[in-house]
Design a binder for this molecule. Sequence first.
Ligand code: HEC
Ligand code: HEC
Length: 315
Amino acid sequence: MSDFVNSFWPWYVAAISLVSILACALLLWIAGKTKVNAHSGAGSDNTTGHVWDENLSELNNPLPRWWMWLFILTVIFGLAYLVIFPGLGSFQGTAQWSTQAEHKDDMARMEAQVAPLYAEFASKSVESLARDPRALAIGERQFMNTCAQCHGSDGRGSKSYPNLTNADSAWLGSRNAAHIVQTVSKGRTGMMPPMAAALPGETDITDVAHYVLSLSGSPFNEVKAFNGKQKFGVCAACHGMDGKGNKTLGAPNLTDNYWLHGWGEAAIVSMIKNGRTNVMPAQSPKLSADQIHVVAAYVLSIGGLPPLSAAPAAK
Ligand code: HEC
Ligand code: HEC
């Protein structure tokens, strides 16, 4: 109960709880003893004088005993509860029970249960886990909890969030276990600098944009693309002369018709002028190394499994 801002409030809350319960008890006691005052019109026949449906009259009796006792039991229950469990201001309760402790116990029990499973998973390669339905079931849940808000529940991503079901050629990095594990645990920052200084004229920029469009067979203007080809040299350092990208730099393949940051002249012109810094935050504080191992297997499985022989030997 460290959430109280100062020592006044725990007393205040405790006083309200106790006074309310005692007031209930008092009310009961009074109600159990006293009869309703005879109203004007009340008969001497022990009725309140209220009559319905012609002859249905209300008797002027105290509450029945069993009913009273039920109320008294609830009052006793309430007081006993406040002694045993936390409820009176900052008083911990004699049972020393807390939601945090219960949560911690649950977590510890759960971890003890899954520990042997994770130990088994940890001894296997990501590639072989990607073929293990038990690992994939856990990996999928982790993906839904930690990754889906950015990469989509089907892993297909959206604008600026990569589609993880793509073939390797459309990935920023290499589509393999090492890259996925590295990305998830450390995060990544994709950075393209603004290129307007290298392409001073508006025409230069749109020319290059049309050349980029031509690389993937998208609709383009032939003359502009022809002129743009000469100027694409300033992009080649990262994207390669052929525009097929450079995975080490994280510069995407511009020939594959997959557009992380949007398709079309306007999107490419904006990329050239403004550049782009695209960040995936590290997930390692949220996921343990063992969990990352398993979620990586799931990611590898959703875009089609690479052959096992190409993977580092299992185990
Ligand atoms: C807050 C949003 C966010 C979350 C959460 C997130 N990612 Fe990402 N992820 C990104 C962005 C943005 C990029 C692209 C970074 C870049 O442009 O370099 C990315 C890139 C990646 C890549 C590299 C793709 C490539 O083409 O090389 C992988 C793999 C990946 N994420 C997997 C995951 C997994 C698995 C999780 C969950 C454990 C996850 N991400 C959680 C935003 C996120
Ligand atoms: C210093 C390296 C570098 C240079 C030079 C560079 N780029 Fe990039 N470019 C990148 C990186 C890295 C990304 C991916 C950013 C990310 O991770 O989101 C990128 C992304 C792009 C994209 C988005 C692709 C998509 O799938 O949406 C386009 C288009 C692009 N660049 C075009 C160009 C053009 C045209 C030039 C030359 C005028 C150029 N780039 C110069 C590094 C570079």
